[in-house]
Ligand binder design. Structure first.
Ligand code: NAD
Length: 484
């Protein structure tokens, strides 16, 4: 559990390959601040090899020649092998990014497997060809769904395993090949994915993994052998990738940042709402893109909610992420901790009133910890209400009437998630319809593999998950038949 993990190869073309350079990247534990392992940095020639391996898979009968049912069988074998390694993967993720271990087991372990199985089933049940009556000239058209090609998949560190699978599963379902680039903070767990691919006899080149930071990502995005980019990460990097893909006319799915709102209606049950907010606003130490971190409360009830949310945040166990009772672990890195602390400082300097937290926990002098922090009576114009913090920091904002609440929710650069809290589900759905966002939860926020997920405005372009996620890895071809 505490042994170093040092990798010295890359997974390309179904095999472990020696990297072309001796450059290595260290991995630092956010808990101990000590190095826990390392892996090689891919050189451009390694990335070229990975892309070439993907292109070759698209030409070979053992992948391109498979029927959807045969492809689904390969995917299910792969899911079984990933499942056997779930605990190892969950622990490795937690050691790298500080994710509380029970969350890591549920999401990085188990959910990654169910997602792959969902897409195995979907590929079998989604017809590849549809026959339409053509118009205005009467005749027949065959509309075909073909694999889009080789996908460059770039993942962040916050949920490295499942967010990689958001891309790999639909891409494989569509018959594509993938070159995955994990985040440098969380690359070690992707070696376990590669081990599962080898054990499952995934045809060579269908999945390749390249390693490194933004420069490796940029090279991959611009690579002429990459047909589509699937990116999850910050809005800044997303804009950069979007520019490159625009210039190259390359399709891109961009899942970016968020600053979502929780709209608490005047009929909400205070206790249930605040209990639910622990998950909807602070999951994974607040390092989850769709968190409802702007909490909109009816002005008349604002003190009740300030007290209840403050008590909830102050009660969350902070500590070793390997301890099953921990809810708030360290944030991923020293850089991320300093960023979160500086945003808290900025909020304070703009007159924000902190009711709990606001700094590093007094009893934890090692580890990149930040206390769960609540800002009360925040103006929606202040920086703490506008900038994505990506840490355990909440802002409580009072509203006057439902229209004001919806206007405040929509007054954001972002539009990724959001929640409404009410004892009247129909009222909640009415509010959901009015919020400018890609997804929204009524009295909780539970991602659904079968429904599209993504953002509007600065939260991104395109959708992952569901049949729409599969469609984004398919290219449409229309074949017009001359009437007999
Ligand atoms: P990041 O943008 O710094 O990095 C994400 C990945 O992109 C990493 O693998 C990184 O090496 C790579 N990268 C960075 N710049 C690049 C560039 N110019 N070209 C190609 N690749 C590049 O983000 P992060 O700090 O790892 O993750 C946190 C961010 O991700 C937050 O903003 C969060 O909201 C967002 N996120 C969004 C979603 C979503 O589904 N919308 C999900 C999780 C996280």
């Amino acid at each position: 559990m505490t042994a170093r993990i040092d990798r010295d190869t890359l997974f390309i073309g179904g095999q472990w390959r020696a990297p072309s350079t001796s450059d290595t990247i260290p991995v630092v534990s956010p808990l101990t601040e000590k190095e826990i392992g390392s892996f090689p940095k891919s050189a451009t020639t390694d990335i070229d090899s990975a892309v070439a391996a993907g292109r070759s898979a698209l030409r070979r009968a053992d992948w391109a020649g498979l029927s959807p049912t045969e492809r689904a069988q390969v995917m299910r074998r792969f899911a079984d092998e990933i499942e056997k390694r779930s605990e190892d993967r969950a622990v490795t993720v937690t050691r790298q990014n500080g994710m509380p271990i029970e969350l890591s087991r549920a999401v990085e372990g188990a959910a990654t497997v169910t997602l792959l199985r969902y897409y195995a089933d979907l590929t079998e049940s989604t017809p590849l060809e549809e026959v339409r009556e053509s118009q205005p000239v009467p005749g027949t058209t065959i509309v075909r769904r073909e694999p889009i090609g080789v996908v460059g998949a770039i993942a962040p560190w916050n949920f490295p395993a499942v967010l990689s699978m958001f891309k790999i599963a639909p891409a494989l379902a569509a018959g594509c090949a993938v070159v995955l680039k994990p985040s440098p903070e969380t690359t070690l767990d992707s070696y376990i994915l590669a081990e599962a691919a080898i054990a499952a006899e995934l045809p060579e080149g269908v999945l390749n993994i390249v390693t490194g930071g933004p420069d490796v990502g940029q090279y991959l995005v611009a690579h002429p052998g990459i047909d589509k980019v699937a990116f999850t990460g910050s809005t800044t990097a997303g804009r950069h990738i979007g520019r490159t893909c625009g210039e190259l006319l390359k399709p891109a799915t961009l899942e970016l940042g968020g600053k979502s709102a929780a709209l608490i209606l005047d009929d909400a049950d205070v206790e249930q709402t605040v209990t639910g907010l622990a998950t909807a606003s602070l999951l994974n130490t607040g390092q989850t893109c769709y968190m409802s971190t702007r909490i909109l409360v009816p002005r008349k009830q604002s003190q009740t909610y300030i007290d209840a949310i403050t008590a909830m945040a102050a009660s969350l166990p902070v500590g070793d992420p390997m301890d099953s009772s921990t809810y708030i672990g360290p944030v991923v890195s020293a850089q991320q901790r300093d960023r979160v602390l500086s945003l808290i400082e900025q909020g304070r300097s703009e007159g924000g009133k902190i009711t709990t937290g606001g700094g590093r926990p007094a009893d934890l002098d090692t580890g990149y910890f930040v206390e769960p922090t609540v800002f009360a009576s925040v103006e929606n114009t202040s920086s703490i209400a506008r900038q994505e913090v990506f840490g355990p920091v909440l802002s409580i904002i009072a509203y006057d009437g439902l229209d004001d609440a919806v206007a405040l929710a929509n007054d954001s650069e972002y539009g990724l998630g959001g929640t409404v809290w009410t004892t009247d589900q129909d009222r909640g759905v009415d509010v959901a319809r009015r919020v400018e966002t890609g997804s929204f939860g009524v009295n909780s926020y539970n991602l659904d593999w079968g429904s599209p997920f993504g953002g509007v405005k600065a939260s991104g372009v395109g959708r992952e998950l569901g049949p729409e996620g599969l469609a984004s890895y398919q290219q449409l071809k229309s074949i017009f038949l001359q009437p007999n």
